[in-house]
Design a protein around this ligand. Sequence first.
Ligand SMILES: [Cu+2]
Length: 497
Amino acid sequence: MTALIILLCVILIIIVLVQIGKVTELTAQIKGEREVLRDNSKWNGWLSLAFMMLFLPATIISAWMYKNEMMGYGPHAAASAHGGLLDSLFNITLFFTGIVFVLTHIALFWFAYKYRWQEGRKARFISHDNRLEIWWTVIPAVVMAILVVNGLNAWNTVMADIQGDEDFIEIEATGQQFNWIIRYPGPDGKLGARDYKLTTAGNQLGQDFTDPKNWDDALPGQELLLPVGKKIRVRITAKDVLHNFYLPHMRVKMDAVPGMPTYFVFTPIKTTAEYRNELRKYDDYNTPADPTDPTGPKRWEKFEYELACAELCGKGHYSMKRVFKVVPQEEYDAWVAKQESFYLTQVRGKDDDPNRERVLDVEVKQRAATFSESIKKAIESNSPADKVLRLDNIFYETGSAVVKTDSRFELDNLVAAMSAFPQMVIEIGGHTDNSGDPITNQALSAQRANAVVKYLTDRGIAASRLRAVGYGDTKPSVPNDTPENMAKNRRTELRIL
Ligand SMILES: [Cu+2]
């Protein structure tokens, strides 16, 4: 329907234009060509002048009104170290082009008025003038040279990559329809390798988990933090179409191109709190953030730095907006420490974990910490139930008392605990489920407990502090009614005596 109306309008406008043309032709015939020409010229001249009078002041007024948004003044001041340089570049360019704009507009419309056709007036022809040629070549050349040299200089400063042993944080932003996946490097400070062929629903970035750098990488939720005063290198990639990584307040803008990683290095110089405080000075920002709640928080209190996609990348393009906070280093460090490794929480131990057969260094450290923590608690507690600890990470070959090599971490933690608490006397208890013959079960559990004790005595723990007991299936921790529960009952326990 709309299309039909538009089509009809277009046809009507064409008819009107044709009719006007015909009327003009007819008047020309009646009045005489010369008279019409004189009238038209007069009107053209005056209208040109009127247009200049309106257009030029309007341009200047609107530029003045929007100068903050366009040039980064006032509440739109840059919040990054290089932002001021970029803004000054815009100012310099606007200064020169502004002069040219005003002069050429005045010349264009004033001349159109002044030299309109008049009876008996003749044009003055200048065939050639060397001086004039030189002037209008040299002046633009000098101005252009200043702008280009300035621009190149700024480009080299703004786009400079990390040099040598500079201190910086590298994060990664991957654009996809329609959100940004932001990856933080974790405690090692390094982002792990990616391979697009590894991309699955459970591994959106195609992280290669055989690369240890990936093990601590974190994909934070909606909340994003950056430290103030620290160089940040953003590795920018895209998964599907062209996106654009845009932090307007930081004056950071870079294409995210599928298959071609780009980067941007910048240093935030104002925390979110500092920026809010600056906004507080402006009347505009002292209005309620939510117009329906006049007593609620003001606009400056609600201000957040933004990450947007500045490429029209599809229907949901607008939803790529994210907010992030710039905070002092200590607050950032605390936040980073809370971020969980994507690999350890989402992939570890699952079918697509390429390291299923290995115990990772991080896990060894983690287990050692938990183990010493539980031993301490067990010693301090008075209740007999608290004095018993399951040793979940001691593994035996099936149907035998041979301890698997992966058990050494837990056993070494035990050795460490025995050395740390020289008064401690313990019992190692072997337990089985109720499948099979009770006598065999008892014998196997005793052999297994003995194997653990042997490991400890081999490492210098006095045998007098150790007792090995085979309980067989006599002390199930849960009823032996499901395969899962039976697995729970096959266990090695430590009891502090
Ligand atoms: Cu996008």
